[in-house]
Design a protein around this ligand. Structure first.
Ligand code: KIV
Ligand code: ZN
Length: 509
């Protein structure tokens, strides 16, 4: 048995606060559920004092998650500590995570506090947190640019005041692996043995994962990371890269985590689906090309012996290659089996809905691949809270000599059929304008993108529409072999989500 490394996932906090990655209440809950299945030790659910929405989401995650710790971040300010505790006290194992900067630049320009004030504030606030919550983590923000002696003094004092975990963030991604090794080694010698030493590395210079691994070698036993490496600016250390490095090179690191590696791929996909943030094809571990072997020499090697060019197998991270092809004649049972083989669980209701979509797709596409099935699963769960409007039909005229015109017909939940015709800068703009006229919502399209789920002439396309509606950023997704239809469905999906959010807010008032 190797040394056990604790994984704190901060996708819902540091990840979520980065541009383009915001998630709504339901999406955060769905993501938390998947992180629990993935086997992370601690889910950092958010920053409750940032907004009432953040507070509610953290509170809901704390109530829902039972199999891992739930942490929430707060500043070293008494009312923030108390309010954050209110958000997480319902968790099976709550953790209060306090942060206070220790670097000269942060203390002088951001906090406007002297080092002595920072020291006494850390002690006082950790003491307060400890009275509320048995599990307290203290982070010395910008630790890597702090004076090592002062850093050690604050961290030891915080530990003495009750922090059971001390976290050393490389907040601006400035450190090198050798420097992180030194910082962690120094602190490990100074802190009592029972205090867990943690690191939190940002990726501004592309060294977050290397810094995290070097810190583990120096004695860190908790690491903070995010799925797909999302996070402030260039992101955080990517969970899948850290975990698979430890797993694949256990001969070298001699460490293990509690992560169910076979859940990695679907966790990564789920996040990308929810946020609309595509995974670059060359991203280690989860990128589309991570297991693709294009060149003849490599293919030959792989066929002769996989380990010639593959250091981990796709199956290890939960990518399965099925032997049986699904198609038009496959029944619900075959779809259910494939879904389960891929490692997903679905309620009977979701399965029935996924089967309807499967049949519609099989009418247009000869072979339904695993990637198609996964796309169907994704579009049948989180994304269909309630469909106030369903697409009935559309007709679009466009070309180089006329401006695009779209006629869109929708069916509202009360059964009324609504139709509108609109012009636009192109076919998609025209169709979205027609939908706007029908639904009459005050929303604005921020971004639209399209990508092929599979290759070939009858490839399934997945469109993503990001809208802003009453201050909420919402991501909608649509699937079809027809790119216009996929786009319309993605826009409608975003509108339906916006309506669900509005209705929830009205109900809660
Ligand atoms: O990057 C950072 O310093 C942080 C802390 C709040 C842990 O995210
Ligand atoms: Zn951070």
């Amino acid at each position: 048995m190797g040394k056990r490394i604790w994984i704190l996932d901060t996708t819902l906090r540091d990840g979520e606060q980065s541009p383009g990655c915001s998630m709504n209440f339901h999406e955060k809950l769905e993501m938390a559920k998947q992180l629990e299945r993935l086997g992370v030790d601690i889910i950092e659910a958010g920053f409750p004092v940032a907004s009432p929405d953040d507070f509610k989401a953290v509170e809901a995650v704390a109530h829902q998650v039972r199999d891992c710790r739930v942490a929430a971040l707060c500043r070293c300010v008494a009312r923030d500590v108390e309010r954050t505790w209110e958000a997480i006290q319902g968790a099976a194992a709550p953790r209060l995570h306090l942060v206070l900067a220790t670097s000269p630049v942060h203390m002088e320009h951001k906090l406007r506090m002297t080092p002595e004030q920072v020291l006494s504030c850390a002690v006082e606030m950790v003491g307060l947190a400890k009275k509320l919550c048995p599990d307290v983590e203290f982070s010395a923000e910008d630790a890597s640019r702090s004076d090592p002696e002062f850093l050690a003094k604050v961290c030891c004092a915080a530990a003495q005041a009750g922090a059971s975990t001390i976290n050393l963030p490389d907040t601006v991604g400035y450190s090198t692996p050798q420097e992180m090794f030194q910082i962690v080694s120094h602190l490990r010698q100074r802190l009592p043995e029972q205090v867990v030493l943690s690191v939190h590395n940002h990726n501004d210079l592309g060294m977050a994962v290397a810094n995290t691994l070097a810190s583990i070698q120096a004695g860190a036993t908790q690491v903070e990371c995010t799925i797909n490496g999302i996070g402030e600016r260039a992101g955080n250390a990517s969970l899948e890269e850290v975990v698979m490095a430890l797993h694949t090179r256990r001969d070298y690191f001699g460490c293990e985590t509690g992560i169910q590696t076979r859940q990695i791929y679907r966790t990564s996909k789920l996040l990308s689906t929810i946020t609309g943030m595509e995974i670059p094809p060359n991203k280690p571990v989860v990128g589309g090309n991570a297991f693709a072997h294009e060149s003849g020499i490599h293919q030959h090697g792989i066929l002769a012996e996989r380990s010639t060019y593959e250091i981990m197998s796709p199956e290890e991270i939960g990518i399965y290659q099925s032997k049986m092809i699904l198609g038009k004649h496959s029944g619900k049972h075959a779809l259910k089996e494939r879904i389960e083989e891929l490692g997903y669980r679905m309620s009977e209701e979701d399965l029935a809905e996924a089967f309807e979509r499967f049949k519609a797709l099989a009418d247009r596409k000869k072979e339904i691949t695993d990637r198609d099935v996964e796309a169907l699963i994704r579009s049948s769960t989180v994304y269909n809270l309630k469909e106030t409007y369903k697409l009935d039909s559309f007709v679009i005229n466009s070309g180089t000599v006329i401006s695009a015109t779209a006629v869109v017909k929708l069916i509202r939940e009360d059964g009324e059929v609504l139709e509108h015709v609109s012009r636009g800068e192109g076919p998609i703009d025209a169709a979205f304008n027609a939908i706007d006229r029908i639904v009459k919502m005050d929303s604005c399209l921020e971004n639209w993108s399209m990508q092929a789920v599979t290759e070939g002439e009858d490839a399934l396309g997945e469109a993503v529409s990001k809208i802003v509606c009453n201050g909420h950023r919402i991501t909608g997704r649509g699937l079809s072999t027809d790119i216009l239809e996929a786009s319309i469905r993605s826009y409608l999906n975003a509108i339906n989500k916006a309506i669900a959010i509005e209705e929830r807010m009205v109900a809660e008032k």
